[in-house]
Design a protein around this ligand. Structure first.
Ligand code: SF4
Length: 408
């Protein structure tokens, strides 16, 4: 039995909502600093919204996402053409949810709003999908679709735990005893974790809501709540005005005279400082902060506000050369060049996959037909990343060289 998402009347963005819970639970100042600041959704956010809209339609109507490949989909963030990749990713999610529904039974709810004000006012949200148990002492299944490439863990995932509390309500009318949280992330860097599940007892979840989530929500009301920076800053709308990020960005730099700072000589830095600075300036946080800074600067100058040392100028550039009139080119040059005037070449593997998808060739058949036709050159290089990155660390190049020499 399916409940359509059309009954979702509650607004979807709480300032202490589920999707930002990881951020505001770690940084209680962030909801106050984010107030009135909403950055325009970027390309990836729009794609994510489109994929969620496709997933909702396919779950409610129980249809194959590949049927929508090549079609234009209207959603909350605009209109997007459904690519073969998007249809394939959403297929993984739809198959998991509908597969569980067939295997375990229950009632499927899709994109349904919930209100968590029984725990704390201002908390509400919307579940991607959930399967409510049909019998007491059963399992509540919560599903979250992630379109991005950054792997997300299901275990202790505060966003999904928030969703689960929303589906349970104040007094657990379904009588569920266990919650299984499943995150489907088909585009994750780690293909092995494309579908990840984690289980928690309902009693433990309520205890977490009372002892962890509730105090964290209350802490955001404190006008003197401190800022706390970390990986959660990446999606914070307050990045451009955050005093902590500003002091972190500038604090490690020498400031010989007020109003002007210079970068210290790299060779003079200690390894710990190199690690800190490299990690910080290469972090998505800093890129996002720089982006927000540039947007704010453009906004100020466009409104006529003076930004000392900066100005707006008109930029013109010439695009690539292209024929003004194909027919005229053919007429003028066909006698001289004959067949050489035209190019006939194979489409790329991605384009061919898209064509096959648009012709409704099922994913399995597509994969089988393309498998032996496609080759891929593997390029290996070294990159410096944060120590928290899940990939195993490599030995220094000298040690690797030595290992090769002694045949280890
Ligand atoms: S940028 Fe980071 S530290 Fe600053 S308010 Fe946002 S989450 Fe908090």
């Amino acid at each position: 039995m399916t409940t359509s998402a059309s009954d979702t009347a509650v607004a979807t963005h709480s300032h202490i909502g589920a999707s930002s819970a990881y951020r505001w639970m770690m940084c209680p100042a962030s909801p106050r600093l984010c107030e009135g600041r909403h950055s325009e959704p970027g390309e990836f956010a729009v794609l994510g919204t489109a994929a969620h809209a496709l997933a909702e339609t396919c779950l409610v109507e129980k249809v194959d996402p590949c049927l929508f490949a090549g079609e234009t989909l209207k959603h909350e963030a605009g209109e997007t053409e459904v690519s073969g990749e998007m249809a394939d990713g959403v297929t993984v999610y739809v198959e998991k949810v509908l597969g569980d529904l067939a295997a375990y039974g229950g009632k499927l709810i899709v994109e349904q709003s919930f209100d968590l004000s029984w725990l704390y006012p201002g908390m509400y949200g919307r579940n991607d999908a959930a399967i409510l148990p049909s019998e007491p002492c059963g399992v509540l299944r919560i599903y979250d679709y992630k379109n991005g490439a950054k792997p997300v863990k299901a275990e202790d995932n505060v966003q999904c735990m928030y969703y689960a509390l929303g589906a349970l309500g104040a007094d657990n009318p379904t009588g569920a005893e266990t919650v299984v949280i499943t995150i489907v992330q088909p585009n994750s860097h780690f293909k092995a974790s494309a579908v990840e599940s984690w289980e928690i007892a309902v009693d433990d979840l309520y205890a977490w809501g009372r002892d962890v989530l509730l105090p964290a929500a209350k802490a955001t009301e404190d006008p003197d709540a401190p800022c706390a920076a970390g990986p959660w800053c990446g999606f914070c709308d307050a990045m451009a005005v955050c005093p902590l990020k500003q002091s972190l960005a500038l604090g490690k730099l020498d400031e010989p005279d007020p109003g002007c700072f210079t970068l210290p000589a790299v060779q003079a830095l200690k390894p710990a400082d190199i690690g800190f600075l490299s990690g910080f300036f290469n972090s998505p946080d800093f890129s996002a902060w720089l982006k927000a800074l540039a947007a704010e600067e453009l906004n100020l100058l466009s409104r006529g506000v003076e930004v000392p040392g900066r100005k707006l100028v008109e930029q013109r550039s010439l695009g690539n050369r292209k024929w003004a009139d194909d027919a005229a080119v053919e007429k003028a040059l066909a006698d001289d060049l004959g067949e050489d005037l035209w190019v006939k070449k194979l489409q790329s593997p991605a384009a061919v996959e898209k064509l096959l998808t648009a012709r409704k060739v099922p994913k399995k058949t597509r994969d089988e037909r393309l498998a032996d036709l496609v080759t891929r050159e593997e390029k290996v290089s070294m990159a410096v990343v944060s120590e928290s990155d899940a990939r195993p660390g490599q030995k220094s190049l000298e040690e690797q060289h030595l290992k090769l020499l002694i045949g280890e």
